[in-house]
Ligand binder design. Structure first.
Ligand code: TYM
Length: 338
């Protein structure tokens, strides 16, 4: 369990345990968490309360939540240094969401890009939770007084509304919430589909060749990269406007290999797309293999995972309830005599 220090700045981030995670989730979020865990006091959640805004199979959601916990650790998130917990095990998230709802306008939520996207994808289930999702996310972040929130580009708008809600509350009452800053990496914060390279790679894409999942075996990884859409030219050059497919592959290669985009371009000077795709597939498959093996090993030790999540829940609760108590006092909720 991490020692809560007064000096370190606080970092908060989370991933939804619904669906299979893609290399986009890894490069846009989890990989950076590992690098940041030394510098910050980190809270990493499995956002299962977010997941139920879209219908889930209960047994699958429970299993995926555990798999996600194992994945965080397998990717290098150290439970001795960070607080790892399941969102629904800390009741403060739902409680703060209710209060923050009264500081959020319906029009703001209707304008959220992800709400509009998800509403069109799930037209039969445009529930209040789907619309309220950014407020729950704001509650997640604000409960822990987070200074920074590492996310991919697609979550930027939710971070902006979090800042707006925090400022609004702070201005009406007095400074209560830290106003968080997003951390969005220059390279890797938007990994695109291998089939439609102008679109984000997504867990829920119906085209199986569009996304590389963290659970894909070497054959699947190689096959998907081999089929990746490029262009009719021949040069491996980074140019997202003219060459979105090649640029996306260069980005993936660069982040997985630890090389800069320029170094990556140099690696493929004079080489054809066939060799290039093969090399990208290899660097990804090589990186995923040890993560998959470690995740499998961890999942065989449910007792250990449960210990981590139990400790994480109480550590997270201790931090969250302080903020919640402050908020309840400020809005005028009755305080019982102790
Ligand atoms: P989620 O589960 O959709 O995605 C988790 C993280 O992965 C990033 N990401 C990507 N990055 C690069 N390229 C991609 N193609 C790509 N796809 C996804 C996302 O930006 C995100 O960082 N609402 C959040 C989870 C959440 C959260 C929070 C995040 C709940 N509470 C508080 C930060 C702070 C979500 O659905 O992410």
């Amino acid at each position: 369990m991490q020692e809560i220090s007064q000096k370190k700045k606080v970092l908060y981030s989370a991933v939804q345990p619904s669906g299979d995670l893609t290399i986009g989730n890894y490069l846009g979020a989890i990989k950076n968490w590992v690098a940041l865990q030394e510098e910050y006091e980190c809270f990493y959640a499995m956002a299962d309360m977010h997941s139920i805004t879209v219908r889930q199979n209960p047994a699958t959601l429970r299993q995926k939540t555990l798999e996600l916990a194992a994945l965080y650790i397998a990717c290098g998130v150290n439970p001795e240094k960070c607080t790892l917990y399941v969102q629904s095990t800390v009741p403060c998230h739902a409680e703060l969401t209710w209060v923050l709802n009264t500081f959020t306008y319906v029009g703001e939520m209707e304008r959220m890009t992800q709400f509009k996207d998800k509403s069109s994808k799930h037209a039969d289930n445009i529930n209040m939770g789907l619309m309220d999702y950014p407020v729950l996310m704001a509650a997640d972040i604000l409960l822990y007084q987070a200074d920074v929130v590492p996310v991919g580009v697609d979550q930027k708008q939710h971070l902006e509304i979090t800042r707006d809600i925090a400022n609004r509350f702070n201005n009406i009452y007095s400074p209560t919430f830290k106003v968080p800053e997003p951390i969005i990496m220059k390279v890797g914060a938007k990994i695109n589909s291998l089939q439609e390279p102008e679109k984000k790679m997504s867990k829920s894409d119906t085209n199986v060749n569009a996304s590389v999942f963290l659970s894909d075996d070497r054959d699947a990884v190689m096959r998907k990269f081999k089929r990746a859409v490029t262009d009719s030219q021949t040069s491996v050059r980074f140019d997202p406007t003219q060459k979105p497919g090649v640029s996306n592959l260069l980005t993936i290669y660069s982040v997985f290999s630890g090389k800069t985009i320029e170094e990556a371009e140099r690696d493929f000077e004079g080489k054809g797309y066939g060799d290039f795709k093969l090399a990208v597939g290899e660097v990804v498959a090589d990186a995923l293999a040890p993560i998959q093996a470690e995740q499998k090993r961890l999942l065989a030790d449910k007792g250990y995972l449960n210990e981590v999540l139990t400790a994480g829940a109480s550590q997270a609760y201790r931090a969250a309830r302080k903020t919640l108590a402050k908020v309840y006092r400020k809005v005028g909720f009755y305080q019982l005599d102790k």
